[in-house]
Every structure is written in C-alpha cells, then in structure tokens.
Design a protein around this ligand. Structure first.
Ligand SMILES: [Zn+2]
Length: 251
C-alpha cells in the first residue's frame, strides 16, 4: 500500500529534515556566525575583546574547571561548558557561566571519552539547572603534557561539538595553564581566553603584586585569591618575606 502523500508544506519540510541525508551542516567556522539572531549584551570594558567571535568565561567557571582539574593530577578528567551566545558592538561572542563535571567519564591512560552515562548526567543537569542555556563546548585536562588537541580530541570536537560556536578548553593542572580552541575555517585554532573581571575589584597593591606573579591570570580573580597568589609568589624568596606580605595583605 503506497504511503499517503502529506499535504501541509510544514509537514513536508519536517519530513525532508528528518529523511534527507544531504542536510548541509553549518560550516565549522566561528566567522560564519550570524550575530543578528543573538541578544545584544555589552561586555563593558573587557581587556582583549576584539572585533570577532570570542569566548568569554566568568572567573567563577574558570576557578571551577581548575578545581576539577586538580582533583586528578595524573589521569585526565573532562566536562562540558555551559553558556549562551550574545552580541555586542564587536560582534558575536560566547559567555560561559557554568560547567558540568563529567564525573562518570572513564579515563583510558591519556585520553578521555564521554560515556553514555556521562551524557545522561549532563542532559539531566542541563534540564534541571541550565534550562535557558546551551552546551557550548567541552573541557578536559592534560596533566603534565601541555595544551593542544590530540587526534582523539579532534575526533570528539568534530563529532560532538561541531557547531560553529562550540569550543574546546584544555587545562594542564600540573603546569597550571589552559587554552581555548575555536572553530576557524574548519580547524580548531587556539585563541586567547577572555575572562570577566570579578564583581569585587581588587585593591591596587594586590593588583600590582599579582601582576608580577601571575601575568597570564591578571584578568579576573577575587581579592582573596590575589592575596594567596601573592603569598605563594613571595614564598619562593623566603619565609620571612612571605609572612610580612601576608600580614600586610590581610591587615
Ligand atoms: Zn586531550
């Protein structure tokens, strides 16, 4: 018996979307993103903001990813990045305000994989806690072996995070370094990670101290962390100096 022909154009469109094997996927290029469809939200004065698609993290989510990474100093761990797309006068940008730990992800020596249970946990957390946000990328760690995307990482990026605005972040908890990878012309390119300044602005002398000890992170850390960073920095020059600085910073 022949199938009844659908009459509504909406139905036909829906059928084509489901059955067509030649549905073109959007180019893997953040430069192809049409900013006009996103809400306008100014980022204010943000160091490093350029006239192109960029990824902007809250400093809380950076702290959370680093904390997760440091729970495993030898085996890799992973999770997903949660956020939304916006535009400002510079164009489209991604704001990452949360992350979900892939706690049931299995680590095989050097490489992470997302298991079915991990995805289920992520989907449930998205529905429960982040109903108005999207999965905008993933993060994982390279304990002691630096910031790059391996062949397996590129496979994951290409198959699960292949929308033009989806990104990858790699964190090395031993070197305490991280990097962000953005789709540019079908390739994942490493780019500057922008971080929102904290709501509480650090005191000038704390800023000066942190600028000496942590130049890469001088874009958004709470004042308490500034003090800790300062203490760690001067500790290498002698306990006496460290104590004096700690007393000064606290007082
Ligand atoms: Zn990797």
């Amino acid at each position: 018996m022949p199938r009844r022909k659908k009459t509504s154009s909406d139905d036909q469109a829906a059928e084509v979307m489901i059955t067509s094997p030649d549905q073109p996927s959007p180019p893997k290029d953040a430069g192809s993103i049409d900013a006009s469809e996103f809400e306008f939200l100014s980022v204010g004065l943000l160091q490093g903001r350029e006239a192109k698609f960029q990824a902007i993290f809250t400093h809380e989510v950076i702290n959370e990813i680093h904390a997760h990474g440091k729970t495993s100093m030898d085996a890799e761990i992973c999770g997903v990045l949660v956020g939304n797309l916006y535009r400002d006068s510079h164009g489209p940008y991604l704001r990452i305000h949360a992350s979900i730990r892939g706690d049931s992800a299995e680590s095989h020596n050097a490489q992470v994989t997302f298991k079915a249970e991990t995805w289920q946990h992520i989907q449930e957390t998205m529905e429960r806690d982040h109903a108005r946000a999207r999965i905008v990328g993933w993060y994982h760690t390279h304990p002691g072996f630096g910031i790059f995307l391996s062949g397996m990482d590129l496979f994951i990026q290409d198959n699960f995070f292949n929308l033009p605005w989806q990104i990858a972040m790699v964190y090395d908890p031993q070197a305490e370094e991280d990097g962000v990878f953005i789709w540019r012309n079908e390739k994942s390119e490493r780019e500057t990670r922008l971080t929102e300044p904290p709501a509480h602005v650090a005191e000038p002398q704390e800023n000066a101290l942190a600028a000496i000890s942590m130049p890469d992170a001088a874009d958004g850390i709470t004042s308490r962390t500034w003090v800790l960073a300062g203490i760690l920095f001067v500790a290498s020059f002698g306990l006496t100096y460290a104590l004096i600085t700690a007393v000064r910073a606290v007082g």
